[in-house]
Ligand binder design. Structure first.
Ligand SMILES: Nc1nc2c(c(=O)[nH]1)N=C([C@H](O)[C@@H](O)CO)CN2
Length: 117
């Protein structure tokens, strides 16, 4: 299957398991691979048949703006469910970074893959 990808998308959200994290917003960085058949869009040169990466990015920003999860695992799982449901995406791989969470590491986070490729 073809993919549409979004890399390095930064969002601000309330995220974290510790008390001090509940009253601040932190940055998450997302890399997504989204399964899609790109041929119909290419054949008709038609954005309506494409998976619009701008629209998906906007939805992710809106999701993050409202979210208040404790764990990055929960953020990743719920976000992928929203994207698959609302955009009809059959397969998603999401790598979610929480930069700065472990100062000695360049990044930490989770990677999940859902759906059928
Ligand atoms: N697997 C996880 N480990 C940890 C998480 C998490 O969401 N998933 N979160 C924290 C804290 O919120 C941490 O990021 C604060 O710096 C610790 N471990």
């Amino acid at each position: 299957m073809d993919t549409v990808f979004i890399e390095g998308l930064e969002v601000d959200t309330v995220i974290g398991a510790y008390d001090w994290e509940r009253s601040i917003r932190q940055c998450l960085r997302l890399d997504l691979q989204l399964g899609w058949d790109n041929r119909p869009a290419a054949e008709g040169d038609d954005l309506d048949k494409a998976l619009d990466y701008a629209a998906v990015s906007q939805r992710i920003q809106a999701f993050a703006a409202e979210a208040q999860f404790l764990l990055v695992e929960t953020f990743a799982e719920r976000l992928v469910a929203v994207l698959m449901g609302e955009f009809g995406i059959p397969w998603v791989r999401l790598k979610l970074h929480k930069p700065g969470a472990v100062p000695a590491a360049s990044s930490v986070g989770v990677e999940i893959e859902r759906g059928c490729r």
